[in-house]
Design a protein around this ligand. Sequence first.
Ligand code: GYE
Length: 342
Amino acid sequence: MNVRNVLYVVLVGALMLAMVGCTTVAPAAPAAEAPAGEQAAAAPAGETAAKTYADLVVGYAQIGAESEWRTANTASIKDEAERLGVELKFSDAQQKQENQIKAIRSFIAQQVDVIGVSPVVETGWETVFQEAKDAGIPLILVDRRAAVPEDLYVTYLGSDFIEEGRRAGKAMSDILGGEGKIVELVGTVGSAPANDRYTGFREAITEFPGMEIIASQSGDFTRAKGKEVMEAFLKSYGDEIDALYAHNDDMAIGAIQAIEEYGLKPGEDIKIVSIDAVRGAFEAMIEGKLNCTVECNPLLGPQFFELALQVVNGEEVAKWVPSEEGVFFPEQAAELLPTRQY
Ligand code: GYE
């Protein structure tokens, strides 16, 4: 065993111990399944030793703080960086693409090892992603996809939003018995989750000709906007509305308020299906105001840093790393709420 191999073994041991030590603090951290040491041990015998988490400098261009989901997502990334000892440069773009582009440029100037970005919308990224590529900095798409050629990013870590839309559509058909007038609160215009949740839902309900989407408008993934747009829907359609499909729980929660203020019962007079499965949705289900939430997992920190380390060590990674998600109904809400991490 040469000196470097000995070092690897020591490193593997130290990291594994560190991770075992951490499990009680962060029991759900999947990174523990593939500790950094594995990558170190598997690294090809090149000129330089494999990097560890402690060597990594990562720039992360986050969207903002528009929803409960986003808050949990940011916490997962920051907490995991701290847990692993990764140096994280974190930027909050306040939901503006131009701020995300600025952040990526500043990460390039600072020569970080990896850039993570959650693109607020799908289009308009080619130039800045190309700049990162030209600078030799690998870029990982986290949570949201971007419509760019595949060679401009190494991997996409996130959910199957079309499938989430389909699940919501299926749940809605079951809840409405295949018949009813639906209003839709769309997410941020031009964002991958809004585009795909829109499409998936429609796919799932086409087999029910009695299900009709009578209005569809963006609530920008926020509670305030969700409430405002629902007020407008109620003004135009009132009692005609049988159901609401909201692309995220926050907009559904805003809409619940609007429905109550209008004098109808959310969850009864107007059935509601939304997406994310944040705690607020479980609380609403317990109160009988929400009929279903489809899970979208925001706890992407552990998988993100695991991928980042693999990438800087030259390992092959899949072009898409999907997250595992479920669908929840009011009957399970009270039992599951204490187990929810976001
Ligand atoms: O569903 C919504 C958030 O991109 C999947 O963004 C994410 C979405 C999430 O604001 O609540």
